[in-house]
Design a protein around this ligand. Structure first.
Ligand code: GLU
Length: 285
């Protein structure tokens, strides 16, 4: 009898331990945060991937708050999905990690200067686009030798791993450039300032944000080229039609109620960035 009782107790303990493991934190799916309970996005909080080092788009401020156009778009969309701002958990999504974060279920969606393209659509789906940027170059203010993409051949150029900017340089813009790929554009900016690189290339929206920062005033200039179209989408798990439809509806509403324009003015105004009008939604249709 005693043996039987002990056996039952061990079995119960084992079941409890297994249940705890299965339900424990760290087993995040669909961007449901640890604070939440169930998966499938029904949790209390939502995890959203953004950039942390791109002023004007996605920036983690010294006081721990987040700002930028992508942050405002994400906040608007989250609200439409039923998550108030205090229910958002921001997660850094560097360029090369965006597809992984989405397919692993670490985030519910990504709003991070994320260009929609076929290569990425093999792994994730997008809603949008919600913004159209163009690839350009940032050089030191006194620099006059770089006025077009071909001038970059044999020059030291910096961009970011996993970005369309780096890919475009390698495949078409300046295959002979000495391309240094960093984890984030802020690292490239440091290189441009200390002259270890001659130019930084990525979307004009990002470059304008850096050039306008108080600490960078007068140091850098955009060359003013239109080297590509970069339609920004909101990345989400492949096949999640329901989420795609809901996010598209939120984006349309953001444009029609004037919030999109207000967010553009607020975030790009200080950089004097001439934005394109809100693009038509094309994903999912
Ligand atoms: N929009 C481009 C991309 O998605 C460049 C900016 C970035 O790396 O976030 O690759």
């Amino acid at each position: 009898m005693k043996v039987l009782k002990t056996g039952a107790a061990v079995a119960t303990a084992l079941v409890l331990a297994l249940t705890a493991t299965a339900c424990g934190g760290g087993d995040k799916k669909d961007g449901a945060s640890d604070a939440g309970t169930s998966g499938g996005g029904k949790s209390d909080k939502v995890v959203i991937g953004i950039k942390f080092d791109q002023p004007g788009l996605g920036l983690k401020n010294p006081d721990g708050t987040f700002s930028g156009f992508d942050v405002d778009v994400a906040t608007y969309v989250a609200k439409e999905l039923g998550y108030q701002p205090d229910k958002i958990e921001w997660k850094q999504a560097v360029s090369a990690e965006r597809e992984n974060l989405i397919s692993n279920g670490d985030v519910k969606f990504v709003v991070a200067s994320y260009t929609i393209n076929d290569r990425r659509k093999e792994k994730v789906d997008f809603a949008g686009p919600y913004f159209l940027a163009h690839q350009d170059l940032l050089v030191r203010a006194g620099e006059s030798g770089i006025t077009k993409a071909e001038d970059l051949n044999k020059k030291k150029l910096c961009s970011v791993t996993g970005s369309t900017s780096a890919q475009n340089v390698k495949t078409k813009l300046a295959p002979e450039a000495d391309l240094l790929q960093q984890g984030g554009y802020s690292e490239c900016l440091t290189g441009l300032e200390n002259k270890s690189v001659d130019a930084l290339t990525t979307d004009n929206s990002i470059l304008a944000g850096y050039a306008a920062q108080e600490k960078n005033k007068g140091k850098f200039k955009l060359v003013g080229l239109n080297l590509s179209n970069e339609p920004y989408g909101i990345g989400l798990k492949k096949g999640d039609k329901d989420l795609q439809t809901k996010i598209n509806a939120a984006l349309k509403k953001m444009v029609s109620d004037g919030s999109w324009d207000a967010a553009v003015k607020k975030n790009f105004g200080p950089a004097d960035y001439k934005n394109e009008p809100a693009p038509q939604i094309t994903e999912g249709s």
